[in-house]
Design a binder for this molecule. Structure first.
Ligand SMILES: Cc1cc2nc3c(=O)[nH]c(=O)nc-3n(C[C@H](O)[C@H](O)[C@H](O)COP(=O)(O)OP(=O)(O)OC[C@H]3O[C@@H](n4cnc5c(N)ncnc54)[C@H](O)[C@@H]3O)c2cc1C
Length: 431
């Protein structure tokens, strides 16, 4: 059976529409993009009495925020020793603390806004694809305990069956603090929460151009969209991997990388329990990694960078078979199970693989989550909005160097992807 080329999460409810009324002539803040970053910012701004409009080119939550694996993960993409050598102990302590606080931030919003998104503190499991990777886990756990007072536990191969129904790995590393949720329900719940707080959401409203103006010493922005023009005091760019030509200075700093997911048919209770006895969010230790989890209705959702290019009909179709082979290599038990869904989305990577917040051309931004955006996007959207309302909070990712593409190239777009794909496959082979 050919799988449906459709995001499984969207089958679990229907996406809300944005405002049908005309765009206002002016608002205090325009937020560009209605993913977790933009909506958590809009919710906070509106709760503080700011007149805010969210402008979304497609449907509300259309980007990575409704398509992802729903893993609400602690930590950052880069390993802690790399972070410390780059930014120093004190800065990295604050970054790591932010990553832990981001999980609490999601949990609080889900609770306060009563978002029905199957949020669960199930923990995550990293599995080692090589003995050398497993040998590094004890050190990683000790460093994270010492530097951040955060416990992780190492699972030797002999006990790994208590965590995962696969024998191909060399051991695991568990973080109990991480969580899982249904991302499409979560981003929709955030949209409703932002609307209840007073934010106006406009779908099918693509920002095409932004002009900076200054009159009587006051700076304003004229935001030209496919549905008209708004005059705004401040702009928050929350367009993630889908950042486009309207904001070229930010776009050139982002590498959009495709990630793809398949979901199986509904599995029996026994088989689902065998695959993931503790219902963890699981990913492996490779650079070109697989990530997987059970859904609340007991499908296995299995994702990876099957193609590095952003999603198109072709890359989605090709990914279904590549990921199915990957899934069966991990779980031979699923050899005869049907794959019912396949879809793709685009990840926002910065050239230094770090999240970034700050101002560019006078506009605020938060981007660069590198596959860790569900929690970090929610957190940074919220923090940035609090700061825009005058809070003196300190965002540890603010002000770190935000590199441009190498060799003075104009855009950080897809030219780099075949090289990046080959490079990461090479790293997986040698390390
Ligand atoms: C397949 C996949 C799996 C993932 N799995 C996980 C995971 O398990 N855990 C995790 O933490 N992270 C995961 N991620 C990453 C995570 O989903 C993202 O980091 C996060 O959703 C980014 O949120 P955002 O709000 O910044 O951007 P997005 O959700 O991408 O939203 C940006 C929005 O901006 C809109 N936009 C862009 N330009 C314009 C314009 N000019 N005018 C108007 N609107 C515009 C887009 O249409 C889009 O809807 C995954 C990503 C993908 C693609």
């Amino acid at each position: 059976m050919t799988p449906k080329e459709k995001n499984y999460w969207l089958e679990t409810f229907s996406i809300p529409v944005g405002e049908v009324r005309h765009l206002p002539e002016s608002v205090d803040v325009a937020v560009i993009g209605s993913g977790v970053t933009g909506l958590s910012a809009a919710r906070t701004l509106a709760k503080r009495g700011t007149n805010v409009a969210v402008l979304e080119a497609e449907t509300i939550g259309w980007g990575a925020s409704s398509r992802n694996g729903g893993m609400v993960l602690t930590g950052m993409k880069l390993p802690v020793p790399t972070l410390i050598s780059r930014y120093g102990h004190e800065k990295v302590q604050r970054m790591y603390a932010a990553s832990l606080a981001s999980i609490t931030c999601v949990e609080q919003i889900v609770r306060e806004e009563q978002i029905d998104c199957d949020f669960s503190r199930c923990g995550h499991l990293e599995v080692a694809c090589k003995q050398a990777h497993f040998d590094g886990y004890a050190d990683s756990a000790a460093t994270i305990a010492r530097e951040f007072n955060h416990p992780l536990h190492v699972v030797p191969k002999s006990k790994l069956r208590s965590e995962i129904g696969s024998d191909i790995y060399f051991g695991g590393l568990v973080d109990e603090l991480s969580a899982g949720l249904n991302p499409a329900r979560y981003v929709t719940g955030l949209a409703s929460a932002a609307q209840r707080a007073g934010a106006a959401l406009f779908d099918h409203t693509r920002v095409e151009n932004i002009q900076r103006e200054s009159s009587n010493g006051t700076q304003k922005f004229r935001v030209h969209t496919s549905r008209g023009t708004l005059l705004v005091r401040e702009v928050l760019l929350a367009s993630g991997a889908y950042t486009g030509a309207a904001t070229p200075s930010l776009r050139k700093k982002i590498i959009p990388i495709g990630s793809y997911i398949i979901a199986t048919e509904v599995l029996s209770d026994d088989l689902a329990h065998e695959l993931s006895p503790k219902n963890r969010m699981i990913y492996d230790s490779k650079h070109f990694l697989y990530y997987y989890r059970l859904t609340p209705d007991r499908r296995l959702l299995f994702g990876g960078r099957a193609a590095f290019f952003p999603e198109t009909e072709n890359t989605v179709r090709q990914s279904a078979e590549i990921l199915r082979r990957g899934m069966v290599s991990v779980y031979p038990q699923l050899r005869d199970k049907k794959v019912e869904f396949v879809w793709g989305g685009t990840l926002d990577f910065a050239f230094d693989v770090m999240p970034h917040t700050g101002q560019i051309d006078g506009m605020h931004y938060a981007v660069g989550y590198a596959g860790h955006g569900v929690a970090m996007g929610t957190y940074l959207g919220t923090k940035l909005a609090e700061r825009m309302c005058g809070d003196a909070n300190d965002i540890p990712f603010e002000g770190i160097p935000f590199p441009n593409p190498p060799f003075g190239l104009r855009s950080g777009h897809t030219w780099a992807l075949p090289f990046a794909g080959a490079y990461y496959k090479f790293l997986d082979w040698i390390s």
